[in-house]
Structure formats: structure tokens, C-alpha cells
Design a binder for this molecule. Structure first.
Ligand SMILES: Cc1ncc(C[n+]2csc(CCOP(=O)(O)OP(=O)(O)O)c2C)c(N)n1
Ligand code: SF4
Ligand SMILES: [Mg+2]
Length: 351
């Protein structure tokens, strides 16, 4: 948390969105991260995505754990709900908040250490339970905040800044998310805002567990030759499978594409995801093939980015549990305490 106040002055000609808000209304405090840190670019992408989606800031809840990445929610959406959980424990707090009030838009922001090391168990259960959220990992392969130790996503054979070799096998969070049932899975790069902003918009409006792993170089501890999470390495090995356009139900679709080169998917809220295929043989609707494709490209030394998997008919935890529509804090005494006859009936179901 920084206590440096942001100047309040605004240019009178700043563009406004449908709600009359400017970009500034989606910003947070001044960042205290290192200059050039990939995480700051992700914050900028979140601000742009929420501005363009016309999200009312008070309708969004951002939750994080501990790490430089988990500090970033302080740097965007200063007027939204926020909760900074214990290291690796954000997913269970997010699950509880979501169950208590399904009317908010939930965004989990985490790091590779927070989600793949100490918080791995929390991450997998939150995703497999199909919590309706956008979960973003800002993945730099190290514990940035505690000075650059290898995290569980560091590639085997990659070198630390001091020259040490990582001998452990990596956890690929994208493959893991696919395996445990995420219905929207993407990978992106903090240096590619053109790809990241529409992915965040699509992930925020997806009605199920959406996951984006964003490779986000740590300039202080993991941006040297020998690191597979460095800016130069990611730019040189990035294989983008598709390009995404996010079109809200209000936008007019003006551009025509050649048949066969694009696919349009209408989401439950009427927004359209238009996917321009860059890898002609890639099918983002086949979970098994997506996993095999990732594996094959990884063996060829490439990093697959883009929308990797999309279930066009997702379900979420509320549907599985058949919960009430209303937030729990708006239920009255009668609904919360329906009487001894209702309690007896419930108990009888378990006998
Ligand atoms: C329970 C607990 N264990 C360990 C720590 C020390 N610690 C703080 S942040 C961190 C790792 C953060 O790494 P990551 O999530 O990748 O975030 P980054 O700083 O790289 O963005 C660790 C081990 C802690 N704060 N709490
Ligand atoms: S230590 Fe690394 S991750 Fe943390 S702010 Fe600096 S560059 Fe970013
Ligand atoms: Mg990290």
C-alpha cells in the first residue's frame, strides 16, 4: 500500500464511457512496484478493460494474496471492493464472498508463488468447484517480493540471476486449469496489451471459472538470459493461436472477415467473442486436444498464448448448489429461520 496521493486534477477532455466515468475512475493508488515490472502493464490492462466494459466500480470485488502481484489490486479500481488475503489463501475467501453475494463481478489476482506454490491446493479447488470469477496469475517464475527465489512455475533448467540452475519440474497453470475444469482458459503476456485487454473483458463476462495466466517479467530478479520468463525470451518464443475481439451487445459489428478465418461466440449477456484463427488447425473448444497441443508446442520450446479453451455453455457453483439468487445479507429473518417444521424436513433428508 502506498500513501502517496494521486493528483486529483483531470483533463476536461478525457473520454468518458457509457456511465460517464473516465479512465481515472478505474485507477487506484500510485504503484510502488519496480519501474518496468510486467505487473504494472497488467494493472493498466485491467483499468482499460473495466473502463471499456462500463463496469460500475462498486459492482466489482478484487481479491488477492501476498506478493508484488497481489499488491496490484491497490493500483487499479480504487472504488471497488477489495480484500488482501493471507499468502495463497485468496481462492477460499473469493469462494465464500461469491457464495454470499453472486451479484458482484469477482476478480482474483495472484502470483505464481501465491497460486502454484503455497496456494496450489486453494487454486485447484476454487477452479474445480466452478466459482464464477476471473482468476488472473501474474506469472514471473519467481517470488519477486521476497527477492527472486524460483517459484513452482520456473522452467526446469532455467537460470536465476545469480546463475543457479532450477532442477525442479515446472507446474504449467494453463494445463492444470484445463485439467480441473476451467471453462475459459487463456495465456497472455504483459507486453501484449492488444491481446490482454480483450481477454480480460471476455474473462470478466464469462459466466463460470475463467483463468488467465499472464507471463509478467520481473525486471529485478528474472529478466536475464537463461530465464524463460524474460521479456526477450517470451517475445522470441510466443506462439499466438488466435486473436480475440470482444464486442459488447451495443457495439455494431462493422468488419467482415473471410469465411473460415474467424469464429464468433455469443456469450450469455449478449456480448460476442470474435476469434481470428492464427493457427489454422487449433480448436479452442476441445479440452483434450488443447492439452495435447500445449504439450507439443512446449516440447518445441514455444509458449502458446491466446484463448486456449472456451466452453460456450458454462455452469457455475451457484447452479451446482442450487443457491438463492439474492445476496445473503438481503434475506430476511423468515427466510433465514424458516421454523422447526422446515428444519425437521431437512434433517429427515439425511436419515
Ligand atoms: C504464509 C507465508 N509464507 C511465506 C510468505 C513470504 N512470501 C511473501 S510473498 C511470497 C512469494 C510471492 O511470490 P509470487 O506470488 O510469485 O508474487 P510476485 O512477488 O512474484 O509477484 C512469499 C514466499 C508469506 N508472506 N506468508
Ligand atoms: S521485484 Fe520483480 S515482481 Fe516485484 S515489483 Fe520488482 S520487478 Fe515486479
Ligand atoms: Mg511471482
Amino acid at each position: 500500500m502506498t500513501y502517496i496521493a494521486k493528483p486529483k486534477m483531470r483533463h476536461p477532455a478525457l473520454p468518458t464511457n457509457k456511465l460517464g466515468f473516465t479512465h481515472r475512475d478505474y485507477e487506484g493508488s500510485i504503484s510502488t512496484l519496480c519501474a518496468g515490472c510486467g505487473h504494472d502493464s497488467i494493472s493498466a490492462a485491467v483499468i482499460q478493460a473495466c473502463f471499456e466494459l462500463d463496469i460500475e466500480p462498486h459492482r466489482l470485488a478484487k481479491l488477492s494474496g501476498i506478493g508484488c502481484s497481489s499488491k496490484t489490486p491497490d493500483y487499479f479500481l480504487g472504488n471497488s471492493h477489495g480484500f488482501n488475503a493471507v499468502h495463497g489463501r485468496m481462492p477460499s475467501v473469493l469462494t465464500g464472498a461469491n457464495l454470499a453475494n453472486r451479484e458482484l463481478v469477482y476478480m482474483g489476482v495472484s502470483g505464481d508463488g501465491d497460486s502454484a506454490s503455497i496456494g496450489l491446493g486453494q487454486f485447484v479447488h476454487c477452479v474445480r468447484r466452478a466459482v464464477n470469477m476471473l482468476y488472473i496469475t501474474e506469472n514471473n517464475g519467481v517470488y519477486g517480493l521476497t527477492k527472486g527465489q524460483f517459484s513452482a512455475t520456473a522452467d526446469k533448467g532455467s537460470k536465476s540471476k545469480a546463475g543457479g540452475l532450477n532442477s525442479d519440474s515446472p507446474i504449467d497453470l494453463v494445463s492444470l486449469a484445463l485439467m480441473i475444469g476451467a471453462t475459459f482458459v487463456a495465456r497472455s503476456f504483459s507486453g501484449d496489451k492488444g491481446q490482454l485487454v480483450p481477454l480480460i473483458k471476455a474473462g470478466l463476462t464469462h459466466k463460470g471459472p475463467a483463468f488467465i495466466d499472464v507471463i509478467s517479467p520481473c525486471v529485478a530478479f528474472n529478466n536475464h538470459p537463461g530465464s524463460t520468463k524474460a521479456y526477450d525470451f517470451v517475445r522470441a518464443h510466443n506462439e499466438t493461436v488466435n486473436r480475440l475481439d470482444y464486442i459488447t451487445s451495443r457495439d455494431e459489428i462493422t468488419v467482415d472477415y473471410d469465411p473460415g478465418t474467424t469464429e464468433e461466440v455469443t456469450q450469455h449477456d449478449g456480448s460476442v467473442i470474435r476469434l481470428a484463427k492464427l493457427a489454422p488447425d487449433y480448436d479452442p473448444h476441445d479440452r483434450g486436444k488443447a492439452m495435447a497441443y500445449l504439450r507439443a508446442r512446449e516440447e518445441a520450446g514455444e509458449i502458446v498464448t491466446g484463448l486456449i479453451y472456451l466452453d460456450t455453455d458454462p455452469e457455475d457453483l451457484h447452479a451446482h448448489l442450487n443457491t438463492v439468487n439474492r445476496p445473503l445479507n438481503r434475506l430476511g429473518e423468515k427466510e433465514l429461520c424458516p421454523g422447526s417444521a422446515a428444519l425437521d424436513a431437512l434433517n429427515n433428508e439425511y436419515r
